[in-house]
Design a protein around this ligand. Structure first.
Ligand SMILES: CCCCCCCCCCCCCCC(=O)SCCNC(=O)CCNC(=O)[C@H](O)C(C)(C)COP(=O)(O)OP(=O)(O)OC[C@H]1O[C@@H](n2cnc3c(N)ncnc32)[C@H](O)[C@@H]1OP(=O)(O)O
Ligand SMILES: CCCCCCCC/C=C\CCCCCCCC(=O)OC[C@@H](O)COP(=O)(O)O
Length: 272
């Protein structure tokens, strides 16, 4: 009888406790992720310098093996299909959708040998992570200066062929969690056409079932990763870039919607 008076306040406290704990879990996981990646990068720096003596795409092997366990701490799993499409000889361009910095975990899950990324130049200032990105041969671009970004990517097309390197590009150009893909920027397609190498599209399913930035939710979840068949660019020219971009966009969008079981929040297909 004595304890019955506690029921109403406890009932009121329950949602507050639930809210606080899920917000706490969100911030805890996010801080842990950033801090742990910083520590891993600190470990990776001497290993990469010993392995390659400096900036080299081969350092991505070290980075990949150090990052692959991080998913377990965050309660994330990957369900990958289409591995056979990565069994392509020589250089190619991988394009994927970009929802969050958590994409790095999926990227490292399937990263082929001799593959590095195109990233915004601000990333180089991210402490140990910035330095490890540089050591891993990441190509930094200035998104605010198209002419600079273009010339860096034109050089990258030449380096891909000279050094037999694969490049991973996020053609949306920014992170996006709107439940649909953003219209694609053109850089990745120019890169592939200039180097005359295939494009391999990779699609991450929506994170919205376990990770919601605005609502401060970060639960456990499984991310579906679909590696799609390569798209050849041999014989294509600059004039084919719009149709190549449209074709890639449409393939990736329908795969994204089918593996995400989500209804897009935009008003129909994105326009280019
Ligand atoms: C141990 C711990 C370790 C932790 C390690 C973690 C490592 C992981 C790192 C993961 C990195 C992830 C980083 C992700 C990012 O940073 S995403 C942001 C950066 N990436 C991009 O922006 C790529 C996509 N953007 C583009 O491709 C753009 O096209 C760009 C080149 C940047 C130009 O931008 P913008 O002007 O806004 O775009 P447009 O597409 O409209 O292009 C304008 C006109 O230029 C023509 N164009 C574009 N590129 C080229 C080119 N290479 N050659 C010739 N012409 C080009 C394009 O066609 C447009 O002209 P038209 O309108 O067609 O006439
Ligand atoms: C000045 C930059 C400071 C960034 C500090 C970030 C510190 C990150 C440390 C650990 C996180 C793990 C690896 C993260 C790699 C993240 C790459 C990333 O996701 O970059 C965002 C970029 O694609 C698009 O940026 P915007 O969405 O346009 O914005």
């Amino acid at each position: 009888m004595d304890v019955l008076w506690m029921a109403p306040p406890l009932l009121l406290l329950f949602p507050l406790l639930m809210w606080t704990s899920s917000t706490f879990v969100y911030y805890f996981k996010k801080c842990f992720y950033v801090a742990w990646m910083m520590v891993l990068a600190l470990l990776a720096i001497p290993l990469c310098i010993l392995k390659s003596g400096g900036r080299d795409v081969e350092n991505m092997r070290v980075i990949r093996s150090l990052v692959r366990h991080v998913k377990y701490f965050l309660g994330l799993r990957f369900d990958v299909s289409g591995w056979e499409h990565l069994q392509t000889e020589g250089p190619y361009v991988i394009i994927s959708n970009h929802q969050s910095s958590l994409d790095v975990l999926g990227l490292m899950e399937i990263l082929p040998d001799r593959c590095t990324m195109i990233a915004k130049k601000e990333l180089i200032y991210a402490g140990t992570v910035g330095l490890i990105c540089w050591l891993g041969g990441i190509v930094f671009i200035n998104r605010k200066k198209t002419s600079d970004a273009k010339s860096v990517m034109i050089d990258a097309a030449k380096t891909m062929l000279d050094d037999q390197i694969r490049l991973w590009v996020f053609p949306e150009g920014t992170r996006n969690q709107k439940g649909d893909l953003l219209p694609f920027k053109k850089g990745a397609f120019h890169l592939a056409v200039q180097a005359q190498v295939p494009i391999i599209p990779v699609v991450f399913s929506s994170y919205s079932s376990f990770y919601l930035r605005k609502q401060k939710q970060f639960n456990s979840g499984t991310i579906r990763l679909r590696i799609l068949p390569k798209i050849e660019t041999k014989g294509l020219t600059c004039d084919d870039i719009p149709s190549l971009s449209d074709k890639s966009f449409n393939l990736m969008r329908s795969s994204f919607l089918s593996i995400s079981n989500s209804v897009p929040q935009s008003n129909g297909p994105c326009k280019h």
